[in-house]
Design a protein around this ligand. Structure first.
Ligand code: GLA
Length: 331
C-alpha cells in the first residue's frame, strides 16, 4: 500500500514536472512583441499598429500596441512589456534623442529593438548604430513634395515672385528636416525665390501645433495673395491650410502638399469642395508596420538580424487619384 502510494506520488511528481516543463517550453516558443508609437491617435500610427497586429495574427504571435508620448511613458511601456514576457519591440520614439536611454532599458531586459519612422540619434546627434531602422527616404520624398507644388503652381499660372511659401519646420527631428529641406531644394531648382520662403517652427508633429506656428507668419506676410505650404507630414500641412482659411484665403490661392497618405488626407479629399490641401506624398504605413514587425519576429525566433536601414518611397496622391493610390499601397 505504502509502496503504491510512493509510486503514485512519484508518478504524479513526474507528471507535474513534465507539465511544467511543457509550459516553460511553450513560453519560450511563444513570441510576444510590443509596438510603441509616439502619437497613437494619428491615422498614420493607427494604421501602422493595425498592420503589425495583423502580421502577428498571420504568424501566430502576440503584438501589444502601446503609446509612448514622452520619455516616461516609453520607459513604463518597456517595463510593462517585459513584465508580460515580451522579447522585443518596434518603436517610433516621441523624441529621437531618447535613443540611448531606451536602449539602456531594453538591454537590461535583453529585449531586441527595431525603430520605425523616426531613427534614434546618439549623444552627438548622429543616427544610432546597432538598432535596425525602417523609415521613409526623407530627402527624396521631400523633393517629390517640392516638385508637386512647382507643377501645380504652373498649372495655376502663378508667377513665383508673387507667391509666398509657408515652410512649417520641426528642427528637432532629422527626418522632418530632410523632408522640408528636400522640398525646398526642389522648389529652388524650379525657380522659386528663396526670399519668399517663411519658416513657421512647430513644437510637435500634429495639426494643432502647425496651426499655431502658421498663424503669425500668415499675418506677418499678409500682402501675398498666393501661398504654398509644406511640412514634415500632412497633419502639419493641414494645420497650415486651416490657418489660411481662418485668415480668409480662398482654396484656389493655396497649394498645400503633405506627406503620409493616411486617414487625415482621405478625409480632406472626400470633402465636397476642394480645399487648399492639394495633395500628399503617400507612403505605405501598412508596409512600415508589417515589415518592421516581421523583421523583429524573425530576429527573435530565427536569430536573423534585420537590415541596418531600409528607406521607403512614396507616390503623389491628389483629389483625383487618391482612391487608386490608396488601394495600390494597401492602405
Ligand atoms: C514621422 C511623422 C509621422 C509620419 C512618420 C512616417 O514620425 O511625425 O507623421 O510622417 O514620420 O515616417
Amino acid at each position: 500500500m505504502k509502496l503504491t502510494t510512493t509510486f503514485a506520488r512519484l508518478a504524479l511528481g513526474s507528471a507535474i514536472m513534465l507539465a511544467s516543463l511543457g509550459s516553460v517550453q511553450a513560453q519560450e516558443d511563444e513570441v510576444k512583441i510590443g509596438f510603441i508609437v509616439k502619437k497613437p491617435e494619428q491615422a498614420w500610427f493607427i494604421n501602422e499598429q493595425k498592420a503589425a497586429t495583423e502580421v502577428g495574427e498571420e504568424f501566430g504571435f502576440d503584438v501589444v500596441r502601446l503609446g509612448g508620448e514622452d520619455g516616461q511613458e516609453v520607459l513604463s511601456a518597456i517595463d510593462n512589456l517585459y513584465a508580460q514576457g515580451a522579447q522585443g519591440f518596434v518603436i517610433c520614439p516621441p523624441d529621437v534623442r531618447l535613443g540611448p536611454a531606451i536602449m539602456n532599458r531594453a538591454n537590461q531586459y535583453g529585449m531586441k529593438v527595431v525603430t520605425v519612422d523616426d531613427q534614434f540619434v546618439n549623444t552627438s546627434g548622429e543616427p544610432m548604430e546597432g538598432v535596425p531602422h525602417l523609415g521613409m527616404s526623407g530627402t527624396k520624398i521631400g523633393r517629390q513634395v517640392g516638385e508637386a507644388i512647382a507643377a501645380e503652381m504652373e498649372v495655376r499660372g502663378w508667377n513665383p515672385e508673387e507667391v509666398a511659401a509657408l515652410r512649417i519646420t520641426n528642427n528637432e527631428l532629422p527626418t522632418a528636416v530632410e523632408r522640408t529641406d528636400g522640398a525646398t531644394e526642389a522648389l529652388l531648382a524650379a525657380g522659386f525665390p528663396e526670399d519668399n520662403i517663411f519658416d513657421a517652427p512647430q513644437q510637435n508633429s500634429d495639426t494643432a501645433s502647425a496651426f499655431s506656428a502658421a498663424s503669425p507668419v500668415l499675418s506677418q506676410y499678409g500682402d501675398y495673395e498666393h501661398w504654398i505650404i509644406y511640412a514634415l507630414n500632412e497633419e502639419s500641412v493641414l494645420g497650415g491650410v486651416r490657418a489660411t482659411e481662418q485668415y480668409g484665403m480662398a482654396a484656389e490661392d493655396v497649394i498645400g502638399v503633405g506627406i503620409n497618405g493616411s486617414g487625415a488626407a482621405f478625409a480632406e479629399f472626400s470633402r465636397d469642395n476642394p480645399t487648399g490641401f492639394h495633395g500628399t506624398v503617400a507612403v505605405s504605413s501598412t508596409m512600415h508596420g508589417r515589415q518592421t514587425t516581421e523583421d523583429l519576429y524573425r530576429w527573435i525566433s530565427e536569430d536573423q538580424e534585420p537590415p541596418a536601414n531600409t528607406e521607403t518611397s512614396g507616390t503623389l496622391m491628389t483629389r483625383n487619384n487618391w482612391q487608386e493610390v490608396r488601394a495600390a499601397l494597401g492602405l
